[in-house]
Design a protein around this ligand. Structure first.
Ligand code: GLP
Length: 238
């Protein structure tokens, strides 16, 4: 996965030279953990002034968050981002935007989050993982390309897939989440879909052979003019 980290590091270098860089679009999940760790290691090797400039200008919007979980809950995506990027890079929590999972009105929060992202011009570089059922963010099938930021019900398979953080008990995984929609994702300037590990071999095969369909939300990425698919041997060969 050094290749994807090379590409990301290059995008961050470019970001330093942009006058008003667009927000980064970030994902959570196990796929991203080694990528963030490698990226942090690379960034820590940057000259101090460049790293400081990157830090000061950091602005990212995450894809999703569980309804009901806040930053002080280690299982929230907000806590994940603090652990994997915020703390090692010494970013302030205000620079790492995520939907507020504890909002009293989650649907209103979803609209507000999308508006806030829009006010910064939408996403520049979007990172995506792939759910075992073909979801991106938490856009569960069926999902069309016009779906916007909203509250979604998580499928049984997604709750199973994400159970590890909840003591391996799928019933403890929240029933709902807030997610950017395919609409906001497809509005990004460029997209990097990262698929690793044997467990993703089947859905990757489906994705590579599928036309655009609501049954496989990631298939709508084909409509995007600048999308890169990064896969490892295990995901490719099973
Ligand atoms: C999760 C998240 C996504 C993530 C994907 C893959 O449910 N909502 O943002 O990219 O599914 O997860 P993992 O990388 O753990 O396989």
């Amino acid at each position: 996965m050094e290749a994807v980290v090379d590409a990301l590091e290059q995008r961050l270098q470019r970001r330093l030279r942009a006058s008003t860089p667009k927000p980064l679009g970030l994902a959570t999940g196990r796929t991203m953990e080694p990528i963030y760790a490698a990226l942090v290691a690379r960034l820590q090797d940057w000259p101090a002034a460049a790293l400081e400039q990157l830090r000061r200008g950091w602005l990212s919007f995450n894809l999703d968050e569980y309804v009901g979980l806040g930053a002080d809950d280690a299982r929230s995506f907000s806590a994940y981002m603090a652990r994997h990027l915020g703390e090692p890079l010494r970013l302030s929590p205000q620079q790492l935007h995520l939907p507020d999972g504890e909002s009293a009105d989650p649907q209103q929060q979803a609209c507000r989050y999308a508006d806030q992202l829009q006010s910064f011009g939408g996403v520049g570089v979007q990172l995506l993982g792939l759910g075992s059922n073909g979801h991106v963010g938490f856009n569960e099938p069926p999902c069309g390309p016009d779906a916007s930021c909203r509250v979604v019900s998580l499928s049984k398979s997604t709750r199973q897939q994400n159970a590890a953080a909840f003591g391996a008990d799928p019933s403890k995984v929240p029933l709902k989440a807030l997610t950017l929609g395919l609409r906001e994702i497809l509005e990004a300037d460029e997209i990097h879909l990262i698929v690793t590990g044997k467990a993703k071999a089947e859905i990757l095969k489906q994705l590579l052979n599928s036309p655009c369909t609501d049954q496989l939300p990631a298939s709508w990425l084909r409509h995007h003019p600048r999308v890169a698919l990064w896969v490892d041997q295990a995901a490719l060969n099973g």
